[in-house]
Write a protein that binds this ligand. Structure first.
Ligand code: SF4
Length: 345
């Protein structure tokens, strides 16, 4: 496998993107970058990385932050469990490891939310340990390079690809090897339009020679997407509205949203269902579609003007002007930007 790793590392030295986390060996910062970049494009994640490292320059700063502060900074990135795990792990590093980031694979993997991929990335990049990373980019490059048809989302596929990635790994320089392979997946071996003519592996790539690049990687299952129909109630007494913190499992745990009524179909809300709020006026304030990994949300927003805001124990009142100081789902930010109540027009 010497040729393979020589080719990709040579290409990486000449072509890697200049990214801030490539100028540090601090495992705390590498860890932040790895968590932020899961399911996020580099151009989108870059500002989040800069904001987090500015606001929380050390693991102690992150551990001591309030959860709302962390979620606020994460706002817009989605997959909020990553932010909650980040916060919990920072506390774990402070309490269990005296504030010193663990320097071995097992220690890193013991942190909340850290799986094989992140533990391999941090241990190889920061500590030169021989652990091969396997992420979406690596699956794509290796499956094409070797024309492997085992589905990457099957147990067998995960096992096979982990073994192959290990075999290819440059144990003397695992950090650069891993980063090179992921960078080729991110910049060259693209899902729909691979730039094979500029790829360092073109001379020995099986899929290129048989023109089957787009047949790989193979996936077994299609993600099942559930449609949901929500009616958000923006209760309004002339100054304040009502929000609630989402608790328990399900989407947006730890974020705030308005009270809502869920229906089986679009436009399924009967206005008489709002009588309990004793409305003096009800205004339809737009509809939005919001797509998550496993759910499509069809959302209607209703401004419900009332004389008095009645709360249950999970709810709080907040002045309209202060709502964005709370961590909110991206859907609500989109709504606020276009709502007549929040000053869009
Ligand atoms: S030659 Fe093309 S298909 Fe093969 S690894 Fe490179 S970019 Fe991917």
């Amino acid at each position: 496998m010497a040729d393979f790793t020589t080719l990709i590392q040579g290409w990486f030295r000449r072509n890697q993107r200049d990214l801030p986390w490539r100028h540090t060996n601090d495992p705390y910062k590498i860890w932040l970058s790895e968590v932020i970049l899961q399911q996020t494009r580099v151009d989108q994640g870059l500002n989040y990385y800069l904001n987090f490292t500015t606001k929380f320059p050390t693991v102690f700063d992150l551990a001591n932050a309030a959860e709302d502060e962390v979620l606020n900074l994460w706002q817009g990135l989605g997959y909020y469990s990553r932010a909650r795990n980040l916060h919990a792990s920072a506390k774990q590093v402070v309490v269990d490891f005296d504030g010193v980031f663990p320097n071995n694979y097992e220690g890193i993997k013991s942190l909340k939310g850290v799986g094989d991929y992140t533990a391999s990335a941090i241990s190889s990049i920061c500590f030169g340990l021989p652990h091969a990373v396997v992420d979406g980019n690596v699956y794509r490059v290796l499956s094409r390079y070797l024309e492997i048809s085992t589905p990457i989302d099957s147990t067998q596929g995960k096992k096979d690809f982990a073994e192959i990635a290990d075999k290819f790994l440059d144990v003397h320089n695992p950090g650069d090897h891993n980063q090179a392979l992921m960078e080729i997946g991110a910049l060259i071996c693209l899902p729909k339009n691979p730039s094979c003519e500029t790829c360092p592996l073109v001379g020995s790539c099986s899929a290129f020679s048989s023109k089957t690049q787009l047949n790989f990687p193979v996936k077994a299952k299609k993600t099942k997407v559930v449609k949901r129909y929500l009616n958000y109630l923006v209760l309004f007494d002339g100054k304040n509205t009502v929000i609630q913190k989402r608790v328990g499992k399900g989407i947006w745990q730890g974020l705030y949203d308005f009270p809502f009524i869920e229906k089986e179909k679009l436009n399924g809300l009967e206005l008489s269902e709002l009588n309990q709020y004793e409305p003096i006026e009800i205004i339809q304030d737009g509809q939005l579609k919001h797509v998550l990994s496993h759910q499509e949300l069809y959302v209607s927003f209703w401004i419900v003007k009332v004389v008095k805001l009645n709360l249950d124990e999970s709810q709080i009142t907040v002045p309209i002007a202060a709502i964005e100081t709370f961590p909110l789902p991206q859907l609500l930010i989109r709504y606020i930007q276009q709502s007549r109540l929040f000053g869009a027009d």
